[in-house]
Design a binder for this molecule. Structure first.
Ligand SMILES: *[C@@H]1O[C@H](CO)[C@@H](O)[C@H](O)[C@H]1NC(C)=O
Ligand SMILES: *[C@@H]1O[C@H](CO)[C@@H](O)[C@H](O)[C@H]1NC(C)=O
Ligand SMILES: *[C@@H]1O[C@H](CO)[C@@H](O)[C@H](O)[C@H]1NC(C)=O
Ligand SMILES: *[C@@H]1O[C@H](CO)[C@@H](O)[C@H](O)[C@H]1NC(C)=O
Ligand SMILES: *[C@@H]1O[C@H](CO)[C@@H](O)[C@H](O)[C@H]1NC(C)=O
Ligand SMILES: *[C@@H]1O[C@H](CO)[C@@H](O)[C@H](O)[C@H]1NC(C)=O
Ligand SMILES: *[C@@H]1O[C@H](CO)[C@@H](O)[C@H](O)[C@H]1NC(C)=O
Ligand SMILES: *[C@@H]1O[C@H](CO)[C@@H](O)[C@H](O)[C@H]1NC(C)=O
Length: 471
């Protein structure tokens, strides 16, 4: 009797489900998936995931049996679901990628796919980006294949055929070869991140075609050649990170046209100075990092006009001359690194009254004379103040908070030290701002020609300069 009752209840539940499904179908029409597309999804998932039962457990991934890494949207005719997003990442960890994970050609069956993002999946058996795979994925807007150490080979030029692409992130893989010049055709691209690979060759001049680009990150590769002046055409750029490459030549003056730029990082390259004065056009710039380049010139005075600067870093740039006065007008400055240069003269006392300054590295220069920072400042910065390694720099040997400042800062006390410092530090730049404004007020092409003339060292620079004037 009991078993009959159980059967009966079971039947009721089953019938209830059928009715519920029927109601759904009545309400929204026949909501099914294209069979080819569904099979394509199963094949893609089985080429990626460890779980051989994924298709059995998720027979209707858009409706009844969803999976967190797959998203669908209802098609325009409201009768059919399409797979629009596949995402495998730290937030979708079960099941994990299989050892032999690969990108299946069946991706081509997912013609409505807008987002493909795969993190930390190809880790042991090598996978390459097949040239036939991406050109045809015409709906793709967001392609992010990141942190896949076994993703090798070159970036296929056919990626440029995905004309609607907005985000292309291939960061932290093991890609090599050149950046294909065809990528310059991706006019809708907002973000290009190829950082942390083993890319070589030059940055193609065609990159100037990426009119919508806001973020460019090519850092940590082996990219050579000059910074292309066509970058100056990308008016929407907010962040440029070209650090840790093998770039040479000077900074193209046209970069100064990027009046939305907030971050510029050129550190750890072989870029020469002087830094073009046109960079005074970077009115929004907050973060300027030039560390470890052979700039070998004085600190550029126009920096004093970029009032939004919060962080300036010129560590190991072969800078010479004094620390100029203009830093006193950069009230938003929180970090200043001028260490490991050849700066001489006094340490300007006003640095100690910059209201937000929280990190100051002047170590390993030829600064001299008496360090005159308020004790509150020395206390506030603690170990984030670094002035050691300046042979002739000394401090009045005061004590505060039971600390010996001389010992604390690792510079000798002034008493008994022979001051060898020259006393004409501030006379070299009698009035920073007037010197600077005088120069830009004659803002004619001829004056600019004279100002820029010293930068013209090769035909490429001439082209860069011309493109700056003409654009
Ligand atoms: C990955 O798939 C491509 C075709 O999609 C194939 O040529 C290649 O051999 C596969 N690699 C592995 C490691 O299975
Ligand atoms: C980078 O690529 C070069 C060849 O272009 C190769 O010799 C080198 O070993 C690669 N480096 C890494 C870390 O893969
Ligand atoms: C700093 O940036 C703001 C917007 O973030 C801008 O309005 C302002 O003009 C900039 N400051 C200067 C001195 O150009
Ligand atoms: C710089 O400081 C001023 C006030 O001194 C503030 O209005 C402005 O927003 C700051 N700019 C940035 C980029 O923080
Ligand atoms: C720094 O200047 C001194 C002389 O003041 C010079 O001997 C030395 O070569 C310079 N070092 C660099 C890295 O320019
Ligand atoms: C200052 O720069 C030197 C290298 O020039 C570095 O060794 C030191 O750690 C830096 N100090 C701080 C406080 O960051
Ligand atoms: C502070 O330390 C320095 C060594 O750096 C020493 O010469 C000096 O006598 C000390 N001063 C006091 C007051 O302890
Ligand atoms: C340095 O020059 C200033 C005036 O420019 C003068 O008042 C001061 O005594 C000089 N200091 C030394 C040590 O020569």
């Amino acid at each position: 009797m009991a078993s009959v009752a159980f059967f009966f209840v079971g039947f009721l539940v089953f019938a209830g489900e059928v009715i519920a499904m029927q109601r759904d179908l009545d309400g929204l029409g026949e909501m099914v998936m294209d069979e080819d597309e569904l099979l394509g999804l199963f094949e893609v998932m089985s080429s990626l995931l460890e779980d051989p039962d994924w298709a059995d457990v998720h027979p209707q991934p858009c409706t009844d049996t969803p999976w967190p890494g797959v998203e669908c949207e209802i098609g325009e005719d409201l009768s059919i679901f399409h797979v629009t997003k596949i995402h495998l990442g730290p937030d979708v960890i079960i099941p994990t990628c299989k050892v032999s994970a690969n990108l299946s050609d069946s991706l081509l069956k997912l013609t409505y796919l807008k987002t493909l993002s795969i993190f930390n999946c190809f880790v042991s058996s090598p996978v390459a980006l097949s040239p036939t795979l991406f050109g045809a994925l015409s709906s793709l807007e967001h392609l992010a294949l990141q942190s896949n150490p076994a993703l090798i080979g070159e970036i296929p030029p056919s990626l440029a055929e995905i004309s609607g692409l907005r985000v292309l992130s291939l960061s932290q893989n093991n890609l090599q070869g050149n950046i294909p010049k065809e990528l310059g055709g991706l006019v809708n691209l907002v973000q290009l991140d190829l950082s942390y690979n083993n890319l070589s060759g030059k940055i193609p001049e065609e990159i100037g075609g990426l009119k919508g680009l806001s973020i460019l990150d090519l850092s940590w590769n082996s990219i050579e050649g000059q910074v292309p002046c066509s970058l100056g055409m990308l008016q929407l750029l907010q962040k440029i990170d070209l650090s840790y490459n093998r770039l040479v030549g000077s900074i193209p003056p046209a970069i100064g046209k990027l009046n939305r730029l907030v971050l510029l990082d050129l550190s750890h390259n072989s870029i020469q100075g002087p830094i073009p004065e046109t960079l005074s056009g970077l009115k929004q710039l907050q973060d300027l990092t030039v560390d470890h380049n052979p700039i070998n010139s004085k600190i550029p005075l126009f920096l004093g006009t970029l009032k939004n600067l919060t962080s300036i870093s010129f560590s190991g740039c072969g800078l010479t001359g004094p620390v100029p006065n203009f830093f006193s007008s950069l009230n938003n400055l929180t970090a200043l690194s001028l260490d490991n240069n050849n700066l001489s003269g006094r340490v300007p006392p006003y640095l100690g009254s910059l209201p937000l300054l929280d990190q100051l590295n002047l170590s390993h220069n030829q600064l001299n004379g008496e360090l005159q920072f308020p004790e509150e400042f020395i206390e506030r910065l603690g170990k984030r103040l670094d002035v050691k390694g300046n042979e002739n720099l000394c401090t009045s040997n005061k004590q505060y908070l039971k600390k010996n400042i001389s010992m604390y800062l690792e510079i000798p006390p002034c008493s008994g030290t022979k001051e060898k410092g020259n006393n004409k530090t501030f006379q070299e730049y009698p009035d920073d701002s007037s010197w600077y404004h005088g120069k830009i007020s004659s803002n004619t092409a001829a004056a600019q020609w004279l100002n820029q003339k010293k930068l013209i060292v090769s035909s490429t620079s001439v082209f860069c300069w011309l493109s700056f004037v003409l654009l």
